[in-house]
Design a protein around this ligand. Sequence first.
Ligand SMILES: Nc1ncnc2c1ncn2[C@@H]1O[C@H](COP(=O)(O)OP(=O)(O)O)[C@@H](O)[C@H]1O
Length: 200
Amino acid sequence: MAGRRDLDGLLERAENLARARLSAKRYGHTLRVAQTAERLARRHGIDPQRARLAGLLHDAARELPPERLLKLAEEWDLPVDPFERENPKLLHGPVAAELARRELGLDDEEVLRAIREHTTGSPGMGPLSLALYVADKIEPARDYPSVQRLRELARADLREAAVEALRRSVEHNERRGKRTHPASLQWLREAESAAQRRVE
Ligand SMILES: Nc1ncnc2c1ncn2[C@@H]1O[C@H](COP(=O)(O)OP(=O)(O)O)[C@@H](O)[C@H]1O
């Protein structure tokens, strides 16, 4: 893991990388996610600087065209599942993580994992991944009916907030007749059966 001074340098380079690769609008989103992830991290006893770093990098590949994402993932030997092959937009997290590894020398596996899984989530997500996942859903410019409830939940319990956001995302996909990535569905099933066990 990077030392504190390395981390300051990394944060600056991550911000530059995001600025260079994104439109002003998405760069604005990126800065808000970074700030929100940092705030959530402080509240929940997670390293705020590493949460900020994950936030700065999470969407770095979001504006690459889907066919380019797929090509890069193949070139870099990243795992691509059949769902992602059909929906290469979902590769923007894994490609951003690999970009950060290659361009910034980032080797913090927890930060890389948070970036990789920020869109779909996955079973067994750690605290840093949860902070980024939730931050992406509740950053201050997000505006949808349940966002206020999610913000409140995020202050109390990051994992519950993440699962609630995931549930909303699955419903959102269903309403639009879109399928949800199997990793997200698996995560939701596991979270719901864990909640059920706590009730019993
Ligand atoms: N868990 C999921 N399973 C399948 N598709 C998803 C999932 N999460 C997001 N998507 C789709 O992937 C695309 C990118 O999602 P995301 O990066 O969260 O959106 P945005 O960039 O608008 O915040 C969207 O079209 C969204 O509908």
